[in-house]
Design a protein around this ligand. Structure first.
Ligand code: 44T
Length: 851
């Protein structure tokens, strides 16, 4: 970690008036000259040293040399970065910031390096400073928005806006403090809210701990602003590292915490509470009797939890976790092997796997169908340390669930009730009006198997490394167990197949064990592979391009004025005029293989992971694509930076595939820079896929989006002043939205916001005013946007389509805008780098014309 404190601070030195010194002047001017010469020779390291010398002994030159100094710094640190001299890189930045402590460009650039090295907190600090110095600095703003999402996750806003939850916690804390618990520790304090509740309720001593640096600093600000800085001691640490009396003077009588995620245990509440009971809490109250000495015993809010689960059929979940198609574009997927998402708890624990994902069931596009009633998967008493400790060694529990509706089993959905005390609880269930998501345990391999109402589902519930694990092991039909943790239908017939013969079952289970050969793709990559429309569109656009290029090529060969003979079959063994196609999509992509399958094409894939390359190679063989026609481009590259190069000295690309929209719904960073590089590497008639992107948007009123973006309303939260502090982390662009299920009312038709032409830089613009008419009255709070991706003039795919693997994004307006039906709204749309920003005002004067 760059250590700023280790370096002497020149800035603090007392300044003495220097007398004119000819030798010094001589040194300054010769060093300045040397710096410039070095710059000219591109010897940035030496230039940097010369500049440091000059500016330290002659600060009057600072303004004069600022630009060249910055340039030198950036060039030199780029070099240091490329050879991995990271400590030297940060030393240079620190030296630069000692000279120019208020230089927003240097601050922002250092932030970018910190961010890339994973020091997000420190990066955020630098972007924040840069923005404070120059609020209209778009680079720093974009960077700050990017880290704000990491640092202060969006659910903080949701939780603070959830008045029901806030009040219940407050009441439970108040009751506990009033009944004698007057020393309190808030574990994972976040904004400090629960600790402040305890103080307000009259607790004598309140401590709070928070492991995130940003949240810790925020909590300190909030507590100070509420006049409690002297009375709540906040520690920047994980509760597991706390000790008595080092961190807190003695054990406390109450621990309050909401360190729970959608799967209950994901934030480590079990370990935290086991540790707290052993080291931080007074012993628990024994027996039922009301003790007079409540202060001498310890307890926890929440007191415990009940976890529920239910089997569901859900296409949206299915297409993100397993292969649902037998053909993709021109390719048969029969030999793809098992492709699956990394969300699984049935296999051996593995760092790359997660036991569950989270979704708000009520917002899943296409909905879901419950296949069983909800059942109690687990109960846990947080006030019983033996029970907490015994959780991991609890025997695997087998639950038999009657199937209530016919359907394909896609997942087990999990939620819980958090018992704050004997009287009060919070529920995170799918039917509740809460901000909570549910945990999703996907089922990977029941392809084609349909559960029927007479069946029973066998589920195993266990706790490994303090994570709840749920596994659907089998269905029981007519007394026979049909195992679900293997592939039932290898031929993708789509017919429900059951195998009532246990012997055959066993054999196929064994066969499956032997071919335990699966390849993991991210959930969004699974959805991409399942997106048939996208691959077919690509396939047809490519076929068109290939035939155009062939005609062009033959015309050239035959010279001007000679008619080409289209019936002439291409010579498949003639490699000299192969078309070269480069796919620089990030992550997994089948497009290079689809290109290679067209014949006459040599395709280069940027897929990096070995196992994924193996899948592509295997698919190439089974789809009769010669190995020579598919290469892995990054295997040729020294470093990824040079990804966009020509295939060889004498060759150019016929097509370059850029994946232009990220799954989250934003345009990929540096897309336009990549496109302009790519244009230079194309042969005549060659094309970038896609050639154009049109951004569409719609005016909507959505309270949900507001609740996720900032603490709403003028009322203080539980009487505390929190909103202005956390709202500094408000980000105007929301990502990963499902626009089709977003609770909102549409206030306009969809409207074209922006066009990006990847094939012609001259027609691009960076700002555009768009007029759109309100179709009904309301408050415009947000503008969701999506893309039509044009592969050529005619063929396009929409990122809003039903089977899209893309989500949508939305700009949330700083101030909601009231409109009446028929009003004309003027949108000022800006695209800076890859970030879209929009401001809106009502403008009935100038009519519908675009200006
Ligand atoms: N999100 C729920 C999870 N911490 C809440 O650093 C519900 C997600 C959610 N600090 C949508 C909606 C919702 N010692 O700031 C965090 C974390 C901190 C600790 C010190 C520890 N042992 C820990 C453990 C965690 O506690 C804070 C709260 S964790 C709550 C997670 C609204 N998506």
């Amino acid at each position: 970690m760059p250590n700023a404190s280790a370096r002497p601070k020149h800035g603090r030195r007392t300044r003495r008036r220097r007398r004119e010194d000819p030798a010094r002047n001589e040194l300054v001017s010769s060093s300045l000259e040397s710096a410039q010469q070095c710059l000219f020779r591109q010897d940035y390291g030496t230039a940097f040293v010369h500049y440091l010398l000059v500016l330290n002994i002659a600060p009057v030159f600072k303004e004069f040399a600022r630009e060249s100094f910055r340039f030198t710094l950036f060039k030199w640190t780029e070099e240091l970065d490329s050879v991995g001299r990271i400590q030297d890189l940060f030393d240079c930045y620190e030296q630069a910031l000692e000279l120019f402590p208020a230089d927003e460009v240097i601050l922002n650039s250092m932030g970018e390096h910190l961010f890339r090295m994973g020091f997000r907190d420190e990066a955020a600090g630098h972007f924040h400073k840069a923005l404070k110095l120059r609020p209209d600095y778009p680079e720093a703003r974009e960077n700050f928005y990017r880290v704000a999402n990491w640092l202060v996750e969006r659910w903080h806003f949701l939780m603070l806006n959830d008045h029901g939850r806030n009040r219940k916690y407050q009441q439970a804390i108040q009751k506990a403090v009033q009944s004698g618990c007057n020393t309190v520790l808030d574990i994972g304090t976040g904004t400090g809210i629960l600790g402040m509740c305890a103080k307000k309720a009259g607790a004598a001593e309140v401590y709070a701990c928070e492991l995130s640096k940003t949240m810790y600093e925020l909590a300190c600000e909030v507590v100070t602003a509420n006049g409690m800085d002297g009375s709540i001691k906040i520690l920047h640490m994980k509760s597991l590292d706390m000790e008595v009396p080092k961190d807190i003077p003695h054990r406390v009588s109450l621990v309050v915490t909401e360190t729970v995620d959608a799967g209950l245990f994901g934030e480590g509440i079990i370990e935290s509470l086991i540790h707290a009971w052993h080291h931080l809490l007074l012993p628990p109250q024994k027996g039922e009797s009301e003790s007079r000495e409540q202060c001498a015993t310890g307890r926890v809010i929440p007191a415990g939890a009940t976890v529920f689960a239910m089997a569901v059929e859900c296409l949206e979940i299915r297409r993100h976790h397993r292969l649902c198609v037998s053909e993709v574009g021109s390719l048969s997927m029969a030999t793809a092997g098992e492709l699956r998402s990394p969300v699984s708890c049935s296999s051996e624990p593995d760092d790359s796997m997660e036991p569950y994902t989270t979704e708000r069931l009520s917002r899943l596009p296409g909905g879901y169908k419950p296949l069983t009633e909800p059942f109690t998967a687990l109960t846990i008493d947080f006030n019983n340390v033996q029970e907490l400790e015994g959780l991991s060694s609890r025997e695997v529990q087998r639950v038999r669930l009657p199937v209530t509706q016919e359907g394909e089993l896609d997942a087990l959905a999990v939620w819980f009730q958090l018992h704050l005390d004997e009287e009060s609880s919070l529920s995170t269930g799918p039917q509740e009006d809460t901000c909570w998501e549910q945990a999703i345990y996907p089922v990977h391999s029941t392809k084609g198997f349909v559960l029927k109402p007479q069946d029973e589902l066998l589920v195993e519930v266990s706790c490994r490394d303090s994570y709840l694990r749920l596994c659907s092991v089998a269905a029981v039909r007519d007394g026979h167990e049909i195992r679900l943790d293997k592939r039932v239908d290898l031929h993708f017939s789509g017919n429900p197949i059951s195998n009532p013969n246990p012997e055959a079952e066993l054999c196929s289970a064994l066969a499956c064990l032997q071919t335990k050969d699966f390849c993991m793709l991210e959930c969004s990559e699974m959805a991409l592979v399942n997106n048939q429309d996208y691959h077919w569109s690509f396939c047809s656009a490519l076929v068109k391009l290939i035939s155009q290029l062939k005609v062009r090529c033959r015309n050239q060969e035959q010279g001007p004025g000679v008619q080409s003979d289209l019936a002439d079959p291409p010579n498949p063994t003639d490699c000299s005029n192969l078309l070269y196609v480069l796919d620089v999509s990030e992550g997994f992509s089948l497009l290079s293989l689809i290109a290679a399958s067209q014949g006459h094409v040599k395709a280069y894939s940027s897929v990096e992971k070995h196992k994924q390359q193996e899948v592509l190679k295997r698919m190439a063989r089974s789809n009769n694509i010669s190995e020579q026609h598919l290469e892995f481009w990054l295997n040729h590259m020294e470093d990824e930076q040079g990804m966009l190069q020509r295939p060889s000295r004498e060759k150019l690309w016929s097509a370059i595939i850029l994946d232009c929209v990220e799954t989250c719904g934003l345009i990929r960073q540096k897309l336009m820079e990549k496109a302009s590089l790519a244009r230079c590497l194309l042969e005549e008639g060659g094309r970038i896929f896609p050639e154009r992107i049109v951004v569409y948007g719609m005016l909507v009123e959505s309270d949900t989006l507001l609740l996720e973006s900032a603490v709403q309303g003028q009322e203080p939260t539980l009487g505390f002043n929190i909103a202005p502090f956390i709202n500094q982390f408000t980000v105007p662009v929301h990502v990963f939205l499902d626009f089709s299920t977003l609770e909102c009312s549409h206030l306009s038709e969809s409207v074209e916001l922006f066009v990006l032409d990847l094939m012609d830089a001259n027609v691009n613009y960076t700002t555009r005013d768009v007029k759109v008419q309100a179709t009904s009255a309301g408050r415009i709070t947000a503008i969701p946007f999506w893309y039509h991706i044009y592969l050529d003039q005619e063929i396009s795919v929409s990122t809003l389509s039903q089977n899209s693997h893309w989500k949508q994004a939305a700009v949330v307006l700083q101030q909601p805008l009231e409109v009446r039906a028929g009003d004309w709204v003027c949108l000022a749309v800006k695209l800076h780098k890859s970030i879209i920003s929009i401001s809106a005002h009502v403008d009935n004067a100038s009519g519908p014309m675009e200006y």
